[in-house]
Design a protein around this ligand. Structure first.
Ligand code: AMP
Length: 190
């Protein structure tokens, strides 16, 4: 089983690359942001709760997010492996993911991080906001809050995976194909 955490700040290109990589490596792609958006669209209680945080650019509380992620993994007992996109985002989530992988007699093989300068992220997200329909892409203040939240709570996960020799940084600026090649060069060594 190959389990990869695709990491990086908002707008780094995780979702775009995960869509390509899941087919290339036959992995199940789980995006916690997509699951929350699905719940918002279907007006579930989880969606209502998540929306109150997402609209402000804040993270959804760990307990809720971890329970949801566990359920998503459990829905795919036959997966050859997973690409986690947008999870973990806090140290508590990283520990929960490690416990979950242990239970499946598996592990996270690597955190592959897309590295992109903050101002490029803001530009990309404002551009995406013109067509994504995502309220959190439409407002520069919310975009900057999402990036700030990343530095407050998520960026430290680099260290968490570096300590396990599982961190791989990749330049996230270039064409989609160039970046896929850089990511594949890492994944092929795992
Ligand atoms: P994303 O689609 O990954 O950009 O996520 C959009 C929003 O969903 C984030 O700004 C958070 O509010 C929420 N979210 C997604 N994944 C997580 C997570 N792992 N932990 C907490 N909140 C999350």
């Amino acid at each position: 089983m190959k389990n990869i955490v695709l990491f990086g700040p908002p707008g780094a290109g995780k979702g775009t690359q995960a869509e390509v990589l899941k087919d290339k490596y036959q992995l199940k792609h789980i995006s916690t942001g997509d699951v929350f958006r699905y719940n918002i669209k279907n007006k579930t209680p989880l969606g209502t709760l998540a929306k109150s945080y997402m609209d402000k650019g804040h993270l959804v509380p760990d307990e809720v997010t971890i329970d949801m992620l566990n359920a998503e993994v459990d829905k795919n007992p036959d997966a050859k492996g997973f690409i986690f996109d947008g999870f973990p985002r806090t140290e508590a989530q990283a520990r929960a993911l490690s416990d979950l992988m242990d239970k499946k007699d598996s592990q996270i093989n690597a955190m592959v991080a897309l590295e992109v300068d903050d101002e490029i992220l803001v530009e990309r997200l404002l551009e995406r906001g013109k067509s994504s329909g995502r309220p959190d892409d439409a407002n520069e203040k919310v975009i900057r809050e999402r990036i700030a939240e990343y530095y407050r709570k998520t960026d430290i996960l680099k260290k968490y995976y570096q300590q396990q020799d599982k961190y791989y940084g990749v330049d996230g600026v270039g064409t989609i194909e160039e970046i896929t090649q850089r990511l594949s060069a890492v994944i092929d060594t795992l």
